[in-house]
Design a protein. Structure first.
Length: 600
C-alpha cells in the first residue's frame, strides 16, 4: 500500500490557505465574468447550466488565442453539450495538436450530475492557468479539453435532496440522463446520444488521458479521495507501468497537500460492514476506466468522498486536476510514445496467437491495512429489521481491515487471425456502432461461398430477469467451432489488425462482459420461433425411438441422470425436436463469425 503522510495541521492549513486565496480572488474578480456561483456563495451553491454556457463564451472572449468554446453535441432535451478547448500554445484544433504531437488531456465533469465537484473545480483550475504567466504553466505544452457537465439534462433536474448522502452543494442535479440512462455504464454500448457525442469528441482529439470526476457514496471515514488509473492493473504492459506511476504521483501530490488519498474504490466488500474490508477490482469496459484502456489510452477515476463538505471536495478536486496536468506536462510526450507502441502491438495481437484477457477476477489473497475511520456501532434496526451502522465523527479510529487487490485473468480468448464478419441483416446497426468507436471496417461488395469460419453456438443462455440500462441482458455459455458457410455481399468485415483490437474483441467476443450480444443486441437469435405441437411431437418422438436404438439409449440415460430434465415435459419433447429435420439450425447461433482469411 502507498505510504501517505496526513498530518492534521497541514490539512487545516491547506484548507485555510485555499479559502483565503479564494477570498482574495473574489475581491479581485468581483465584477469578473469568470467568477462562478460557487465562489460567490462561498462554495455552498453550484450554478445552473446557463452559467456553464455563459462561462464558456466568456473564457473564449477574454482569452481568444488560448480558449475555444466548442459545442460537441445536443442532449435529448435540446441542450448544447459544451467543451472548453484550452492551450497557451494557441493550438485549439485537433489536427494541429496531432501534427505537433501535443498531449491532450480530457477533464470530464458531471457524468453523474449530482456529483458536480469537477465542474466548479475545473473552472477554478482553468482560470488560474490562463492567468499564470510563468514558464512552468502546464498549459504551455499541452491541450486541456474541459467538459464541465457531461450529463447536461441530468444536471438541470436540480433539487435539494438529489444526493441525501452527500454534503453540499445546496442543490444539485441527478445521476441519470433525461432518458434515465447511466452514462458511466454506456461507454461500449453507447446507447445515449450524449455518449455518442462524447465518443465523437474523443475520436477527433484522441486524448492521451481522460480524467473522470466523481463523488463516491459509502460509509463515513477520514479518507477524502480515491485515485484509480487504467492501464494500471490491466491492458498494455508498458502503459500499466506508466499508469501506475501517474496514479502514485497524483496520490503523492494530494497527500502533501493534506489529503488522505487511496488507490482503490473505498466500498466495503459487504455493504455497510467496515469489518468486511475492501476488494480492488478491474473495471469492465462499460466504465470510463475500463473503456479507455481498450483504446490504449489512460483513464483515471477520481472519487472524492461524499461526506466531506463541498468547499473541501472542490479544493481536493482542483488539486487533482492541477496534479494531473503537471504530470502530463512532465511525461505527456513519453505517454504518447508508449501509446503509439501499444497501438502497434495491439495490431499484432492476432498474428501472435496469444490469449487476450477478456475478464479479470480478484483472488482471495488479502493483506491487512490501516484505514482511518471513525468509531462506530452496529445494532439491530427497528426500521429495516437489519443491522444498521452508525459512525461517531467526533471519534477518529484506525481500523485494521483486509484489502484484496491481487487481480488476475479470469477468461481469455485467442483472437481470429483475420477478423470478424457481421452478416448483412445486422450490417447497418453494427456499422453505426463501429463508426462511433472509430473502428475500421469494410462492406463486402461480393459474396463468399463455402468459407472456412468459426461460429459460436450457445449451449446455455442465461437471461437476466430484469432489464438493466433499458436492455434485457443475457450471458451465453458455449464455444467456437470451425464450419463452412456462405457470407453475403453487404456483410461487414472487421479486420483485427488495427490499433483498437482490444476494443473489437470487447464488442464481439461473447465472453467479454460488455460484448454487444450480452447487452441484448442479438436477442432474437436466442428466442425460439418454430415449434412442433406437443401432440405431434409425441408421435415424432415415438417414431424416432423406434428407428434409432442409440437415440433410445441416450434418452433413457438422460432420464436417469438428469432429474430436472426428467421432470420437464417441455425439455423431454425438445430432446426429440432438436433431432428432427424441422429444427431451426440457427436457433441459439450467435450471428457474428470469426475468419482466419482476410476478406478485403
Amino acid at each position: 500500500m502507498l505510504t501517505i503522510i496526513p498530518p492534521l495541521p497541514t490539512k487545516i492549513c491547506s484548507i485555510f490557505f485555499f479559502c483565503i486565496s479564494l477570498l482574495n480572488s473574489s475581491f479581485s474578480l468581483a465584477a469578473s465574468p469568470l467568477q462562478t456561483v460557487a465562489e460567490q456563495s462561498g462554495f455552498q451553491k453550484t450554478g445552473r447550466y446557463d452559467e456553464v454556457m455563459q462561462l464558456c463564451e466568456a473564457f473564449q472572449k477574454i482569452y481568444p488565442k488560448w480558449v475555444r468554446c466548442l459545442k460537441f453535441g445536443t442532449t435529448p432535451e435540446g441542450r448544447p453539450m459544451l467543451a472548453l478547448i484550452t492551450s497557451r500554445t494557441g493550438v485549439l484544433d485537433a489536427q494541429r495538436a496531432q501534427q505537433r504531437k501535443m498531449p491532450v488531456v480530457l477533464i470530464q465533469g458531471g457524468i453523474h450530475a449530482g456529483e458536480i465537484d469537477g465542474k466548479d473545480a475545473g473552472f477554478l483550475a482553468l482560470r488560474e492557468m490562463l492567468e499564470k504567466t510563468d514558464l512552468e504553466n502546464p498549459l504551455n505544452s499541452q491541450v486541456m479539453i474541459f467538459v464541465p457537465v457531461f450529463n447536461v439534462d441530468g444536471h438541470e433536474r436540480f433539487g435539494k435532496w438529489n444526493r441525501p448522502n452527500q454534503r453540499g452543494p445546496e442543490e444539485m442535479g441527478r445521476r441519470s440522463t433525461s432518458q434515465n440512462l447511466n452514462l458511466n455504464r454506456d461507454y461500449v454500448k453507447a446507447d445515449a446520444p450524449e455518449m455518442q457525442a462524447m465518443l465523437k469528441l474523443v475520436g477527433e482529439w484522441d486524448p492521451i488521458a481522460t480524467i473522470d470526476l466523481h463523488v463516491t457514496d459509502g460509509a463515513k471515514f477520514e479518507h477524502d479521495i480515491s485515485i484509480q488509473v487504467e492501464p494500471g492493473h490491466i491492458g498494455d504492459s508498458a502503459l500499466q507501468v506508466a499508469g501506475a506511476a501517474l496514479r502514485d504521483a497524483v496520490i503523492n501530490d494530494l497527500a502533501q497537500q493534506g489529503s488522505l488519498p487511496m488507490p482503490f474504490y473505498m466500498a466495503f466488500e459487504e455493504e455497510d460492514n467496515p469489518l468486511s474490508g475492501f476488494v480492488d477490482r478491474a473495471p469492465s469496459p462499460r466504465f470510463s476506466t475500463g473503456y479507455f484502456l481498450l483504446r490504449n489510452r489512460f483513464g483515471m477515476l477520481v472519487e472524492t468522498h461524499s461526506w466531506k463538505n463541498y468547499p473541501t471536495r472542490v479544493r481536493i478536486t482542483y488539486n487533482t486536476i492541477m496534479s494531473v496536468l503537471k504530470q502530463s506536462a512532465l511525461h505527456g510526450t513519453q505517454w504518447l510514445a508508449l501509446a503509439t507502441k501499444a497501438d502497434q502491438a495491439a495490431a499484432q495481437l492476432a498474428s501472435q496467437a496469444q490469449p487476450l484477457a477478456l475478464t479479470y477476477k480478484t483472488t482471495e489473497k488479502a493483506k491487512t491495512i490501516q484505514f482511518r475511520g471513525y468509531a462506530y456501532t452496529r445494532t439491530p434496526s427497528a426500521i429495516s429489521g437489519g443491522i444498521v451502522t452508525r459512525y461517531d465523527e467526533n471519534t477518529p479510529q484506525v481500523w485494521q481491515v483486509s484489502l484484496r487487490d491481487e487481480i488476475v485473468v479470469d477468461k481469455s480468448a485467442v483472437l481470429p487471425r483475420a477478423g470478424y464478419v457481421i452478416p448483412a441483416p445486422f450490417a447497418r446497426q453494427v456499422a453505426d456502432k463501429l463508426r462511433q468507436h472509430g473502428i475500421r471496417f469494410h462492406v463486402l461488395s461480393k459474396a463468399w461461398t463455402n468459407l472456412d469460419v468459426e461460429e459460436f453456438r450457445a449451449k446455455q443462455v442465461n437471461w437476466q430477469t430484469k432489464s438493466f440500462e433499458g436492455r434485457q441482458t443475457l450471458k451465453l455459455q458455449g464455444e467456437w467451432n470451425r464450419v463452412k458457410t456462405d457470407v453475403l455481399a453487404g456483410s461487414l468485415y472487421v479486420p483485427i489488425a488495427q490499433s483498437k483490437a482490444r476494443l473489437i474483441a470487447a464488442l464481439f467476443e461473447p465472453d467479454a462482459p460488455d460484448a454487444l450480444v450480452n447487452w441484448g443486441w442479438f436477442n432474437s437469435f436466442f428466442e425460439k420461433k418454430d415449434y412442433i405441437e406437443a401432440y405431434v411431437a409425441e408421435d415424432v418422438a415415438l417414431q424416432q425411438l423406434a428407428a434409432d436404438p442409440q437415440l433410445r439409449s441416450a434418452f433413457e440415460k438422460k432420464l436417469a441422470t438428469d432429474a430436472k430434465f426428467a421432470q420437464s415435459p417441455e425439455a423431454r419433447l425438445e430432446f426429440f425436436e432438436r433431432r428432427h429435420e424441422s429444427w431451426d439450425d440457427r436457433y441459439e447461433l450467435y450471428p457474428i463469425i470469426r475468419v482466419a482469411t482476410p476478406l478485403f
